[in-house]
Design a protein around this ligand. Structure first.
Ligand code: SF4
Length: 237
């Protein structure tokens, strides 16, 4: 990287406006913070400092906004602009540790990407804040104290308000009714065990079943856990 910069007659660098720091004295704090949170090192292997172009050469620095001032205007989410891209939130996240960084097609991966990306394109990234357990591990490790899991939860509310999913809220209401009544829970369990087992795959994995596009239902058990438990107790007595 350094050789490329020194050999080139024109050096053009781009940076997000949120990466500006108030004073040169603050740089040491950020460099140590970044290395420790990213890889656990005390300091980075190398850091390049550019003060100005050599004689006859040029340096151009482009400060990119790309939605950052808009994010600054969103009171609940402006804290996310403090991110120094150390990746600690992604490394601790139970979801991203399994799925890998680039599994959700957002440029900035990990939990921080899940709160920055909806600000850029709400429709395209609307599913990201929902792909989280909200365990808060990301918030715990963040060196600049971004309340990531709270912002994920805030985004869920914004997204639901902007695009209410009537089918989903209806099915949640139905599920809630079933979970509240032990009798309804038992009857629906029996129905599903009998029904699902006998349905042909072509009917379950139809074009409308978005969930089933990349997943398969597990084998349905012969009996409910409750029945299994009662039978075992009876046999033991
Ligand atoms: S949100 Fe915090 S933990 Fe995640 S990359 Fe940014 S600074 Fe690091």
């Amino acid at each position: 990287a350094d050789m490329g910069v020194h050999l080139a007659d024109v050096h053009i660098a781009c940076m997000g406006i949120e990466k500006l720091i108030p004073r040169r004295n603050d740089l040491g704090v950020f460099l140590r913070l970044l290395a420790r949170s990213a890889t656990g090192q005390a300091i980075t292997n190398y850091t390049s400092h550019f003060r100005g172009p050599e004689k006859g050469k040029q340096i151009h620095l482009i400060l990119v906004d790309n939605g950052r001032t808009e994010q600054l205007g969103r009171e609940k989410f402006r804290n996310s602009l403090k991110c120094i891209r150390c990746g600690a939130c992604m490394n601790t996240c139970p979801i991203y540790r399994r799925s890998g960084g680039f599994s959700y097609q957002s440029t900035v991966p990990g939990p921080i990407g899940s709160i920055l990306s909806p600000g850029l394109d709400l429709k395209k990234y609307s599913s990201l804040p929902f792909a989280s357990t909200l365990c808060g591990s990301c918030t715990d490790v963040c060196p600049v104290k971004i309340n990531i899991h709270e912002q994920l939860y805030e985004w869920r509310q914004e997204i639901t308000k902007a695009n209410p999913n009537h089918a989903e809220s209806l099915s949640m209401k139905l599920a809630s009714g079933i979970f509240k009544s032990p009798l309804a829970y038992r009857i629906s369990g029996i129905l599903m065990r009998k029904l699902i087992k006998n349905l042909p795959d072509s009917l379950i994995y139809n074009p409308w079943n978005v969930w089933g596009k990349g997943r398969k239902l597990p084998e349905t058990p012969q009996e409910s856990f409750r029945n299994w438990y009662l039978n075992h107790r009876k046999n033991e007595q």
